[in-house]
Ligand binder design. Structure first.
Ligand code: URA
Length: 230
């Protein structure tokens, strides 16, 4: 693989940026500076160092995005900006794992690993998704039990058991183990309440890092990838 392609793929910058790093001598190949951006490297065996960091090649890419409001969870849209517009990664084939509504914020995984995405989204695996929400309407004590037993949506669908924790009179945390369209908004509506803000704070064993601001993203660490696959 070309050196500039590999570095861009691994998220060290756009193709243009990594070319400039190479020309400035910031990249070592097997211990020696290289200045030729189209040099071919053996991604499995060559030792590549950029700005004192060892580059460990990974074919699969896993990005944790703190989705802001106003972006749709799609790879392409005619009218709206998509979550991929927030990612500078040049690698093709990236897509969001599942969907958050345009006005929902929080943890969204972006990857090119179709197999893992399929497993995380499969109803068989009951992956937990935890959200923080604010709402209008009166929350009654008895609703907690209804969440545990399965809320019935307006179309008759009986939700899988969920957990609701009331934090303040109009603020709570909810964990669901499935992902129906507008599920949380519809669960709350079924109980006479209206969601006014919704943020995903955990997906499987991954939690939204507190220091990752709206619109920011970072690559998952090896440990986080293992955690997600476990
Ligand atoms: N439930 C919703 O209603 N919206 C989301 O974006 C996610 C879960």
């Amino acid at each position: 693989m070309r050196l500039d392609k590999l570095l861009a793929h691994m998220g060290y910058g756009s193709r243009k940026e990594v070319k400039s790093f190479i020309r400035k001598g910031y990249v070592l190949l097997n211990g020696e500076a290289v200045f030729d951006d189209d040099i071919k490297v053996d991604e499995e065996n060559d030792e590549i160092v950029i700005l004192n960091q060892n580059v460990e090649y990974q074919k699969q890419i896993y990005i944790l995005l703190h989705k802001p409001k106003g972006y749709v969870s799609a790879t392409f849209d005619f009218k709206e900006p998509t979550v991929l517009d927030l990612i500078e990664e040049t690698q093709k084939g990236l897509f969001p794992v599942g969907r958050l509504d345009k006005d929902t914020t929080g943890l969204l995984l972006i990857t090119n690993d179709g197999k893992l995405a399929h497993e995380l989204l499969s109803p068989k695996h009951h992956v937990a998704k935890e959200y923080e929400l604010t709402f209008t309407g009166e929350f009654k004590e008895s609703f907690i039990k209804q969440f545990q037993e399965g809320i019935v949506l307006e179309d008759g669908y009986i939700c899988k058991p969920a957990e609701f924790i009331l934090l303040e009179s109009n603020k709570g945390r909810i964990t669901i183990y499935e992902g129906k369209f507008h599920q949380i908004k519809r669960m709350m509506q079924a109980l006479g309440m209206e969601v006014t803000s919704l943020k995903r704070i955990a997906f499987g064993r991954l939690r939204l890092p507190l220091d990752l601001k709206d619109g920011e993203y970072r690559f998952l660490t090896k440990d986080e990838i293992e955690l997600l696959k476990a």
